[in-house]
Design a protein around this ligand. Sequence first.
Ligand code: ZN
Length: 294
Amino acid sequence: MKIIDAHIHFSRIQSFKHTADFISGVDYSSAGLEKEYAENGVIAGIAMGLREVESGGFPDGRAPNPMGLDLEDEIPGFVCTCPGINPVRLDSDNRKKELENIEKEISKPRVVGIKIYAGYYHYDLCHPVYTPVYRLAEEYGLPVAIHSGATYSPRGLLRLSHPLNVDELAVKFRNNVFVICHMGDPWIMDTAAVIYKNPNVYADISGLIVADPAGVEESAGNRLFMDHIARGLVYETNYDRFLFGTDWPLVRVKPYIDFVRRLIPEEHHEKVFYENALRVYSRLRNFVDCEKRM
Ligand SMILES: [Zn+2]
């Protein structure tokens, strides 16, 4: 089975490096990613752009717009991107230039979406600072991925990363497509309600476990944990709306694939692991085709 990993990172972020070294046991490098993908039939990854100006600074208000991938000088050929938005710098006198930089970046073929870090940055999703970003996303036909649920930093604000906030956004910006990242965990049922109601909202299944392979196995074998996630899938019932992703380097690829295989009924694997990503992040289609990796 061909797989698209709809949520990874490829940025020099201290907490990611620390997690790779001490929690997930990931080789956080292009060579490490290529090896894991090759061993597991993953043909492409979508890296969510992120930058910190100061080591350990994420969420860093000084990071330039848009936030890209800076783990290595060269981005692997099988990785495409959703550049990240730093609302702090958009909310300044330099707004025009920042927006120009965002538009210049998203014109590039390797860009398949835009990423917003709700909760990490203390801006409501419907704050006017984001409006021109949604307009650009609509104009360029790009989905907007939104961090939702728990934050991987104590500096985040859960009120702002709650998936219910995406409901109002989806209603106000009906011509945009939104992806709730991490199924909004732990608010799985809220996410299910939002995507059930709003046809322009999807969810990715990434980042539900941050652990080494033994830890992933342990969670996947825990009935209460699995039921907690499955309840949202059962409520929504439509597997067209869920995208597989890992949140690498927070977890290794193989154990996470095995975990999601257990979570999703087999007849929906093709959609969740592959087809839905191609439909939602539609520019991926050209990218995957032109890379001849299909
Ligand atoms: Zn992530």
